[in-house]
Structures are given as structure tokens and as C-alpha cells.
Design a protein around this ligand. Structure first.
Ligand code: SF4
Length: 316
């Protein structure tokens, strides 16, 4: 059972993110909480997390955004959705608001970048395709295994549906990358699973993938233990050691990371599998500043506001 609590915003719609990769664009969350209920999701540790299968929907987002971007006000090159939620959650109210906000921004010539694990409604897919030059999509896909997906991201779109959606976005002209984040050590990182995963991406015409390994915080660990069976969880948690603490670039609170050695091993396997099918791999450097540099390109590449010279959103 899903609970949608409607509320008015108490702060601006367009906000900046403290995460380094997202700091290049203003960001928007349409909800607090997310109905996909991914058990590894970092928002479960937030103070304003409303609980499982509950969201607060900021129902006045469109009107507030229209006011913030009223004539005479500077317009951003592009906007990023949604650092702490998802545009395409399984609730009619969210999907309607997402569509109307996207239509407004695209109608203003403002680009949109988003990351989703949800089902994008057909009408919104058409809207995105009609403005393909202004859109950069990332689809989160951590595995092709239905059982693992169901255990860790119970209300997100199925892996099969996400693959179909990737194909629909690409064939609609939308620059689309895939995000394998989080990789679940011992569950989704063996070579055979990776080879099958990359073969499916190649078949779907994907050319670019960003990846990151699961990190833990007390809030995440609590929900993993509550919701995921011991059979799946035990090998996963065995891979983490207490002493591997790190702080994400631009963030404040520490995370429990997989050891550097294990991350290097996983990314080497990933790199080999990606190279085998000609897919470019970007490692999330926010969580791996010890072994990676640069950006995972989560917010895309947009024209410089000063030069006005258009750059490709993604190197596809
Ligand atoms: S879709 Fe994203 S924001 Fe929503 S629960 Fe999953 S990881 Fe969190």
C-alpha cells in the first residue's frame, strides 16, 4: 500500500547539490522519499525520509518553478532530476507532476538530465523524444537477475522493462546512458553475470555506462537487514570491513566503502567486459576518489553558459 502525502514547498524548487558530480546543475526533487523503496538507497538514512512506500509530493512545484523562472530571471542551461527521488515512481500523481514539469522546462528550451529506475509513461517518452536534443537520460540497471532486483529494488521497473525503455529512449533520439550503481559485491559482480549484462546492453545499442559499488551507512544497513533475506545478504555484507571508511567528494558524513583492493578487482572485471563490447565505462569518482578521477557524467555535458557553444550531451 502506497501513501502519498501532498504538501507545499517551504524552500526553492531549484537547489544546488553538495555532491561534486551534481554541482554543475541545479537539481529538483518532486518528492521527499521514493516509492521504489530500493533497500540500498541512501535516502533511507535522511532525517526527512518519510518511511517505506510513503512520499511527500510537493504539489505546487510547477507553479513555484514557473515563478522562479519568470521572464527576466536567469534560466539554467539544464536541470537535474532527482538526486533523492525518481521522476517515474509508481503513483499517478507523481507521473502527472513529472510530465507537466518536464513539459514546462523543455518548452522553455531548458535541458533536463535525469536518472530513473521507473517505468516512463508512453506520453512522457514521446515528450522526451520530441525534445531529444535537450534531454540526457540515465537508466539505473544494477542486474538482469529478476530475483536480485526484486529483493533490492522491490517497486522499481523490472530489468526487462528497463532494457525496453533504454531501447525506446535511444530509438527516440534521446542520448541515454546506463548506470550500474550500486554493484552488489558477491551478487552481481561475477564475470559471467557481467558478460550477460554487457551483451544485453550492446543489444540495446548502449554505448556508455557509469558504475559504482554499494556503500553502507547505518540507515542503509538497517533496511537491508530488515528486508533482504540472509541467504542474499550474508555474502554481500561479508565483503565489507569496518575500517574501510571514506567520505564522498563534496559530502560530510562518512560511508563504509568496500576495500580499495576489492573495488579495483571489480572495476577491472567491469572494464574488461565493457571493452569486449565497445561500451565506454565511467567509474563514479565521488565514491572512489582513491582509485578514480573525473566525473561519472551523471549530470551530462552541457553548453558553457559563457561561450554559448553547444557541446554534445554525451559522446555517443
Ligand atoms: S529509485 Fe533511486 S531514489 Fe528511488 S529508492 Fe531507488 S535508489 Fe532511491
Amino acid at each position: 500500500m502506497v501513501t502519498v502525502i501532498r504538501a507545499k514547498r517551504r524552500s526553492k524548487v531549484l537547489t544546488s547539490s553538495g555532491i561534486a558530480c551534481l554541482s554543475v546543475l541545479p537539481t529538483i526533487n518532486l518528492t521527499a522519499g521514493c516509492l521504489h523503496d530500493c533497500n540500498y538507497c541512501y535516502i533511507r538514512g535522511y532525517r526527512n525520509y518519510p518511511g517505506e512506500s510513503r512520499i511527500i509530493l510537493y504539489e505546487d512545484t510547477l507553479e513555484r518553478l514557473q515563478y522562479e523562472l519568470r521572464p527576466g530571471q536567469p534560466k539554467p542551461r539544464a536541470v537535474y532530476f532527482s538526486p533523492s527521488s525518481d521522476l517515474f515512481q509508481p503513483a499517478r500523481e507523481v507521473l502527472e507532476l513529472s510530465h507537466s514539469v518536464l513539459a514546462f522546462l523543455l518548452g522553455q528550451g531548458i535541458g533536463v538530465a535525469f536518472l530513473t529506475k521507473g517505468n516512463i509513461p508512453t506520453e512522457t517518452l514521446h515528450l522526451l523524444s520530441a525534445h531529444a536534443g535537450l534531454v540526457q537520460a540515465q537508466v539505473g540497471l544494477i542486474t538482469l537477475d529478476e530475483k536480485i532486483s526484486q529483493a533490492f529494488e522491490p517497486h522499481a521497473a523490472t530489468p526487462e522493462a528497463r532494457l525496453s525503455q533504454i531501447e525506446a529512449l535511444i530509438s527516440g533520439g534521446v542520448r541515454t546512458a546506463v548506470r550500474m550503481d550500486p554493484i552488489l559485491p558477491a551478487l552481481t559482480d561475477d564475470r559471467q553475470a557481467l558478460d550477460e549484462y554487457f551483451a544485453a546492453l550492446e543489444k540495446s545499442s548502449v554505448t556508455r555506462l557509469a558504475a559504482g559499488v554499494l556503500f553502507l551507512r547505518p540507515g542503509i544497513l538497517y533496511y537491508l537487514k530488515k528486508n533482504v533475506s540472509d541467504e542474499m545478504l550474508a555474502p554481500l555484507l561479508a565483503a565489507y570491513r569496518e575500517e574501510d571508511q571514506a567520505v564522498m567528494r563534496g559530502a560530510v558524513y562518512p560511508i563504509q566503502n568496500l576495500s580499495e583492493e576489492r573495488r579495483r578487482e571489480i572495476f577491472a572485471r567491469l572494464h574488461d567486459a565493457a571493452e569486449g563490447v565497445g561500451i565506454r565505462l565511467d567509474i563514479c569518482a565521488c565514491k572512489n576518489s582513491d582509485i578514480a578521477s573525473g566525473s561519472c557524467n551523471i549530470a551530462g555535458t552541457w553548453p558553457s553558459p559563457r561561450s554559448g557553444v553547444a557541446q554534445p550531451l554525451l559522446d555517443q
